[in-house]
Write a protein that binds this ligand. Structure first.
Ligand SMILES: NC(=O)c1ccc[n+]([C@@H]2O[C@H](COP(=O)([O-])OP(=O)(O)OC[C@H]3O[C@@H](n4cnc5c(N)ncnc54)[C@H](OP(=O)(O)O)[C@@H]3O)[C@@H](O)[C@H]2O)c1
Length: 239
């Protein structure tokens, strides 16, 4: 860890804030929890999900899991109370959930959670969308991600950080045929331009933490794929 980043972490930690994470059982979410656990920037972190999981290694005593029903988010407002910071790594695929299910998770759950969080004092909301997000697109995935970015921007958080990764690199437990084919086809490109078309999920998690502790008055921070790599280099003190 660079000395400069260490100073930022210490300064942020001294503010004594709390946070919640939704989507913490996913690939980016797991890496975010690891980075939060390593840097210990919050007094309390509420991990909100539809199921409890074994957290291995144990992230620490400030982490607490809360199970909620995303279809009844209004009934679980308490899970979001007291968090000044919120992280969202939620998402599914059309293949897994169907068209309606995909929209429900990737747009409706995200926006409803953000709305409840904001009305319960969340000042800084950080979300993972996608490099291709475009609300005017005719493609479901791209359009949905664009709609989420647009709606979150309009919610006027004190600070909104949007992370727009390209292809995520990780050892995914489940089989995703489309993703695997895309990854195989992209391998030469990934090798030649490692910061352009892909990013390890561990970088996304770490970048979210670097962004959180970085001071600044901007209300909106948008990090594209290359900038996510750049945030991680700040952590490592590499130019
Ligand atoms: N795959 C890529 O290459 C790629 C590229 C760019 C952006 N993205 C986006 O990046 C974000 C994070 O991706 P990821 O690969 O880390 O996600 P992931 O591994 O698929 O994890 C998704 C998370 O969302 C939760 N979730 C899914 N369906 C749910 C439901 N019906 N109700 C409640 N929770 C649900 C999962 O909980 P459970 O563990 O309980 O299922 C998990 O915590 C997503 O929005 C994704 O679209 C992906």
């Amino acid at each position: 860890m660079s000395e400069e980043f260490e100073d930022k972490v210490k300064h942020y930690r001294d503010m004594g804030k709390s946070a919640f994470v939704i989507g913490y059982t996913g690939e980016c979410g797991k890496e975010l929890v690891k980075a939060l656990s390593k840097n210990r920037i919050f007094n309390k972190v509420v991990l909100i999900g539809r199921r409890k999981v074994e957290l291995n290694p144990d992230p620490g005593p400030e982490f607490e899991q809360k199970v909620i029903d995303y279809d009844k988010l209004e009934e679980y407002k308490e899970a979001f109370e007291g968090s000044q910071v919120g992280y969202c790594c939620l998402g599914t695929t059309r293949g897994k959930a169907g068209k309606e299910g995909f929209i429900k998770v990737d747009r409706d759950y995200v926006l409803k959670s953000a709305e409840i969080a904001k009305s319960n004092g969340c000042q800084h909301f950080s979300v993972v969308t996608a490099s291709t997000a475009d609300k005017n697109s005719m493609f479901l995935y791209v359009k949905t991600k664009g709609e989420v970015e647009d709606a979150l921007t309009k919610m006027a958080f004190d600070k909104l950080s949007i992370f727009k990764p390209a292809m995520l690199l990780c050892d995914r437990g489940e089989r995703r045929v489309v993703e695997r084919v895309a990854l195989t086809l992209m391998k030469p490109w990934i090798y030649m331009f490692p910061t352009k078309g892909s990013v390890p999920t561990s970088y996304v998690g770490r970048a979210m933490v670097v962004d959180t502790v970085t001071p600044g008055d901007e209300k909106l921070r948008v990090h594209n794929n290359e900038q996510i790599h750049g945030l991680v280099r700040q952590d490592e003190n590499k130019k």
